[in-house]
Write a protein that binds this ligand. Structure first.
Ligand SMILES: Cc1cc2nc3c(=O)[nH]c(=O)nc-3n(C[C@H](O)[C@H](O)[C@H](O)COP(=O)(O)O)c2cc1C
Length: 348
């Protein structure tokens, strides 16, 4: 897990990639992922139309902190020209990789011809990759689902074609769009894709432990595994995957990491947006038997993040010095505070 690999010229220090997740993959999440062992992190999908129209909120997604690299910014859209223009802006913003979303199953996205729809429109998909790869110097990668319908094998035809026109790496989440998140990821298909292309393939879907990560890498020949839901409120899962002897966090460590995440999110999103955004994270962090269940409910009902912080410190006083230590260790990141959007879309 701790060996490096490359996407084009970009060196990725570990075999673990943090998944793009709409409404989750803010800068605070990505920076935390890097600290806990992800070799590559990715923004949530960013609307190409939003960039084209210089939507201020969309542009907020293009903020890159110094300690995020290597970082991919993911775009979704369906027209080659605007996608190429958006990719140029992503490159100018400092992303190391431009990733394209050809997997989002949400209707709001698919009905525009973007996301998973492109799995069944190989000509448009190839035109987009071709145009984007022409437009930027950084590597262009694509994230796919297996196809639209259950049982589809569309990714096996599309993947090699996208590599021919310039994709430097493919990530496969081997569920159909129809499946959304039900059933299991069929990594037999990932193994087939690996055998068909000569670029690195990343395996996404249902990797939540070191054991499973090793199984998937061995069974598929993929260059890396991607972890999404398993890392929500649980950066320790990332550490467990990359380090053989990682230990479970103490209550104090969990509270400290959550307080840091709260502070970083507020810096990034502003108090109002952050307090809504953070509610789902309280359950993710405090679950798994780490804190009593009613405690989470209590936090969700508090009005402001400073109150949440006070309540966390009261429950785990040892966290106070841990937060100070963490803040002293991490670089301060970029200092711009723009209102960032939390996407209403969700998925890939
Ligand atoms: C809340 C949520 C949001 C997601 N948003 C995106 C996205 O913006 N772009 C994308 O390519 N995939 C997205 N995905 C899919 C994940 O990147 C990943 O492929 C999928 O969750 C399977 O991996 P997992 O089992 O490790 O979660 C999202 C998944 C979830 C759960």
């Amino acid at each position: 897990m701790m060996t490096s690999w490359h996407i084009g010229p970009v060196e990725i220090p570990t075999r673990l990639v943090l998944a793009p997740m709409a409404g989750v993959s803010v800068q605070a999440f990505r920076r935390q992922g890097r600290r806990y062992g992800a070799g590559l992190v990715c923004s949530e999908m960013v609307s190409c139309a939003g960039i084209e129209h210089r939507n201020e909120r969309t542009l907020g997604y293009l903020r890159v902190a110094a300690d995020e690299h290597p970082l991919a910014i993911q775009l979704f859209g369906c027209d080659p020209r605007p996608m190429a223009d958006a990719a140029r802006m992503v490159e100018a913003a400092g992303a190391d990789i431009v990733d394209l979303n050809f997997g989002c199953p949400v209707r709001k996205v698919t009905r525009t011809g973007a996301g998973a729809t492109l799995l069944e429109d190989p000509d448009s998909a190839a035109r987009i990759v071709d145009a984007v790869a022409e437009a930027v110097d950084v590597p262009v990668t694509v994230k796919l689902r297996r196809g639209v319908r259950n049982g589809s094998r569309a990714c096996l035809e599309l993947g090699p074609r996208l590599v021919e026109v310039g994709a430097a790496s493919l990530t496969l989440h081997p569920r159909s769009a129809e499946q959304m998140y039900t059933g299991t990821a069929d990594h037999a298909l990932t193994a087939e894709l690996v055998s068909l292309v000569d670029v690195p393939v990343v395996a996404s879907g249902d990797v939540t432990s070191r054991e499973r990560a090793h199984e998937v890498l061995a069974a598929t020949g993929a260059a890396a595994v991607m972890v999404g839901r398993g890392a929500q409120g649980n950066p320790w899962a990332l550490r467990e995957i990359v380090e053989a002897d990682a230990s479970a966090p103490s209550r104090e460590e969990v509270a400290a990491e959550l307080v840091l995440f709260i502070r970083e999110s507020v810096r990034e999103l502003g108090e109002r947006r952050a307090s809504g955004f953070l509610k789902k994270f309280y359950g993710w962090y405090l679950g798994q038997g780490r804190f009593p269940k009613p405690f989470k409910q209590e936090l969700v009902q508090l009005e402001s993040t400073p109150e949440v912080e006070r309540r966390l410190f009261a429950a785990a006083p040892g966290a106070i010095s841990l937060v100070a230590q963490l803040e002293a260790e991490i670089p301060s990141g970029d200092e711009v505070t723009i209102e960032l959007p939390i996407s209403v879309y969700g998925g890939g």
